[in-house]
Write a protein that binds this ligand. Structure first.
Ligand SMILES: [Zn+2]
Length: 449
């Protein structure tokens, strides 16, 4: 065995996530190739692995890579374009017109690269995407070394990607064949939302998802307006419609879910529906509150996502899981709801399980992929450390992320990206910003014309 095959990450604390609630002090995680080989006390590690290259992380907590279970990565290029508006006004008067004008292969490649840079630097090693031109998103992910679940979007609305639902489904089929076997890339079927996809297309989505054995990634019950409009159009609530169409199953990743009756919670629990909670997007768009405590009490599996940078406005999973923990307490009126340990689990193993990757990533267990994040807690803001998970969830922020590995590749080293030229990434993003601002009626310096 060559010395370069083995790396020994010698950490002050390791939070393996499995078993739940465990904190390992002064432990080392051994990486061989793309896998976690071992976890053992640092005092004995050099004896067991004398040829390993030691990576000292003396002030750090080592956690599994964070999984962003819902985003639209390329929308980083629309970050801050329009804020402080209700969902439908924001979408129909600002975001969709900007997308109609600008979204194409280059936009998606440059936007997803910017998103990958932001996510890797903040400790996210896997993201679940939903956007147009999925092959460009996948290429950007591969080039930057981040793991991705690429949503093959389905809509009735025509865009530059496809003219109608039939064409979206045809393109999804081609993309699934092209992308499904790429290393670090998986696919999902991603019908946008009940209000943008017809019954016929949803039935085809269900058939294809079963045939390919992939998740169905969909916005569901995001706002009260969505429910009211569905009652007016279909004479049934969106979840009832999805049930009639046979889409309620453990395959469904229902994103948002802020409007739920007690009967709907029981229905989702019985059918195994998984919920992706995006608290900051829901807060910013005033969409409502996902009833996290009631969902967990019913046994529904949860994951956490940032949503796109146009409605958040960042892709910071450490920030997101803290918001999730705080908001769950406020909404339930119970400070015991979603503890620091629980919030971290949802943002790691919860996301991995939702994406069908629970055996591959999400916890620090020998045999799993080496997707790991080191966070430096030797900062005034995180001192003293009584419990590493408390410091991480309630006090640390993403600037404390120092090193990140995806499948054993060190993609962030001492706070810097190793897989991309960040100057070039930023220059491209700035150029898009100037073009988009000009058409949206802003001048490049931010004030309205
Ligand atoms: Zn979304």
């Amino acid at each position: 065995m060559q010395a370069s095959d083995l790396f020994l990450l010698r950490a002050r604390w390791v939070l393996p996530i499995e078993p739940a609630g465990v904190v390992l002090s002064d432990h080392s995680v051994v990486i061989q190739g793309d896998r976690i080989l071992d976890i053992l006390p640092s005092a004995v590690a050099p004896t067991h692995y004398p040829s390993a290259v030691v990576v000292p992380l003396e002030d750090h907590v080592l956690i599994p890579g964070l999984v962003n279970a819902h985003t639209h990565a390329a929308m980083t290029l629309l970050r801050g374009l329009s804020d402080d508006l209700p969902l439908m006004t924001w979408l129909t008067e600002h975001i969709w017109p900007a997308e109609a004008r600008f979204v194409g292969p280059e936009f998606v490649r440059d936007g997803t690269t910017l998103a990958a840079a932001e996510m890797l630097l903040s400790g996210t090693t896997c993201f679940n995407d939903m956007y147009f031109f999925p092959e460009e998103a996948a290429e950007a992910a591969v080039a930057t070394g981040i793991r991705a679940s690429i949503g093959l979007i389905v809509l009735d609305l025509g865009t530059r990607w496809a003219r109608n639902a039939k064409e979206y489904l045809e393109r999804a089929t081609v993309m699934h064949e092209r992308l499904a076997n790429r290393p670090l890339i998986r696919t999902t079927l991603a019908p946008h939302a009940p209000y943008t996809v017809s019954d016929t297309a949803l039935l085809q989505v269900r058939e294809l998802a079963a045939e390919w054995d992939v998740p169905i990634h969909m916005h569901v019950h995001e706002t009260a307006t969505e429910v009211t409009q569905s009652l007016a159009t279909h004479n049934e609530r969106p979840l009832a419609r999805l049930q009639r169409l046979g889409l309620l199953s453990s395959r469904l990743l229902a994103v948002h879910m802020t409007q739920l009756t007690p009967a709907e919670i029981v229905l989702c629990a019985r059918s195994g529906v998984q919920v992706v909670h995006c608290p900051e997007s829901n807060l910013k768009l005033a969409s409502g509150f996902c009833p996290v405590m009631r969902l967990r009490a019913a046994g529904i599996k949860l994951a956490i996502g940032t949503d796109g940078a146009a409605s958040n406005n960042d892709l910071d999973m450490l920030g997101e899981l803290r918001t999730a923990a705080l908001l769950a307490k406020a909404v339930s009126g119970d400070p015991r709801t979603l503890s620091a340990d629980d919030a971290l689990r949802l943002a790691t193993l919860g996301g991995a399980e939702a994406l069908g990757m629970g055996r591959e990533i999400g916890s620090i267990v020998p045999g799993k992929a080496a997707d790991l994040v080191a966070v430096n807690l030797a900062h005034v803001a995180t001192t003293p450390v009584y419990r590493a998970v408390s410091a991480l969830v309630y006090a640390a922020n993403r600037s404390a992320v120092s090193d990140v590995w995806v499948a054993g590749q060190r993609v962030v080293q001492d706070g810097a990206l190793t897989t991309m030229d960040i100057t070039d990434v930023l220059a491209r993003a700035h150029a898009w910003g100037e073009r988009i601002a000009e058409k949206d009626g802003h001048n490049p310096h931010g004030s309205m014309k």
